[in-house]
Design a binder for this molecule. Sequence first.
Ligand code: MN
Length: 130
Amino acid sequence: MLGIENAATILYIEDNADNRLLVRRVLHAEGYNVLEADSADQALEIVLSQAPDLILMDINLPEVDGYTLTSRFKSIPSLSRIPIIALTANVMKGDRERTLEAGCDGYIQKPIDVDNLPHQIDRYLAVQRW
Ligand code: MN
């Protein structure tokens, strides 16, 4: 398909299957390649083998949470430049700061705004190319 080889690859790390389905549909409709992981172990394997252009990181993951996983990825030199956008329903005061402290490059609030999500991702990808 025309242009598909230039599409960015997004890895979505999320344990909730309904959220994965929603985001996959939205991003596929925009022409992105979408990879998915539902656990920290699976995410690390995919990140190392497929080098996504951007990571969408759920914060509330079982076992290893999104803050910890982000810090791990950012501590690996070959991965540290991949932008990581936190996707979280944690909207208490301090949650945004905590995602940034963990090394996230941005923050998108749940519930996911499907109309706005592609624009938000495009913006983070544009920043990365500078
Ligand atoms: Mn979750």
